[in-house]
Design a protein around this ligand. Structure first.
Ligand SMILES: Nc1ncnc2c1ncn2[C@@H]1O[C@H](COP(=O)(O)OP(=O)(O)OP(=O)(O)O)[C@@H](O)[C@H]1O
Length: 290
């Protein structure tokens, strides 16, 4: 049997400064391999979207590199290896386009400039729509969908793209529990097929259940590693900065912060980043106050 291809994503010392002089990420580093479902967590404004944008080539780092399989990430983007599911706010839902056509956009990178879908493109789109349960709504305008259905359209677009790395920005915001379960089930099965899934999320409560690893950021990568050793009270306090009531999370500092093993992640950078705390998360068993 052919071994699964497992992409290897590496961010090394990335600093991003926007035109207004604001440094949103400073010396951020981590390393992730395929077959992983990883949460990217941090407060509002901590740099999660900026980190995604630097992987997607949408911002140019002032320093540092992002590579996939040891090649500059631009190569991987040209080969459509990286799929992106944006935050709902980034999409113009009034744009007159059908669900099916949005999902077909995932195939554009594989088409010629005339963008005439092949039978294979149509097959991927059909499969993706079935996988997210939107086949029956394929002829609907995207503006006529519910919040949960909207999330699923963009997940279907990413599935149709057949990218091996998938970046999802807040995929569970505003979706009901049933939709969240469907999305998590899908992400798990992609992980099991060797994909690398990185999910930016504010929803800390679900992370220990559905993720293998976590990258915690606050203008830099403050901690990264397996969930059971990294998603700890101490690290959450360092990253979120406020008073935490975290139920049964492990007390002791994770060794993963200081050590790396095969396929392990490396968290580095400024732990003293000065960030405006504008988050007030209140989720089952956890309360985080600035
Ligand atoms: N285009 C931009 N120009 C200037 N500053 C920006 C720009 N985009 C983001 N920022 C700033 O960079 C910081 C990081 O923003 P980013 O969107 O990456 O955070 P985030 O963690 O994704 O936040 P949220 O959880 O609210 O989505 C913020 O202080 C933000 O105001």
């Amino acid at each position: 049997m052919t071994p699964l291809y497992r992409p290897e994503l590496r961010m090394d010392g990335v600093t991003v400064t926007y035109n207004n002089g604001h440094t949103a990420l400073s010396n951020a580093s981590f390393h992730l391999c395929g077959g992983t479902l990883c949460a990217l967590i941090g407060m509002n404004g901590s740099g999660k979207s900026t980190l995604f944008k630097s992987i997607l080539g949408m911002v140019r780092p002032a320093a540092g590199t992002v590579t996939l399989d040891n090649l500059p990430v631009a190569d991987a983007l040209r080969k459509n290896l990286i799929a992106y599911v944006p935050q709902a706010e980034e999409v113009d839902w009034s744009f007159p386009v059908l669900v099916r056509d949005v999902v077909m956009m995932g195939r554009y990178g594989a088409m010629s400039f005339l963008r005439i879908p092949s039978a294979r493109d149509k097959k991927w789109v059909e499969q993706a729509l079935h996988r997210v349960g939107l086949w029956d709504l394929r002829h609907r305008q995207i503006g006529e969908l519910s919040g949960g259905q909207r999330k699923r359209v963009f997940l279907a677009r990413a599935l149709a793209q057949q990218g091996r790395v998938m970046l999802l920005d807040e995929p569970f915001t505003g979706v009901d529990v049933q939709t969240e379960d469907i999305l998590i089930g899908l992400l798990r099965s992609l992980r099991d097929q060797g994909h690398l899934i990185l999910v930016a999320s504010h929803d800390l409560a679900g992370i220990p259940e559905y993720c293998d690893r976590v990258v915690m950021i606050n203008r830099t990568v403050m901690a990264a590693g397996p969930v059971d050793t990294t998603f700890t009270r101490q690290n959450l306090e360092r990253v979120f900065g406020g008073a935490l009531r975290l139920g049964t999370l492990p007390e002791h500092p994770p060794t993963a912060l200081a050590t790396t093993g095969a396929g392990a992640d490396i968290g580095t950078g400024n732990a003293d980043a000065d960030v405006d705390i504008d988050v007030d998360v209140d989720v089952d068993g956890m309360k985080i106050r600035p």
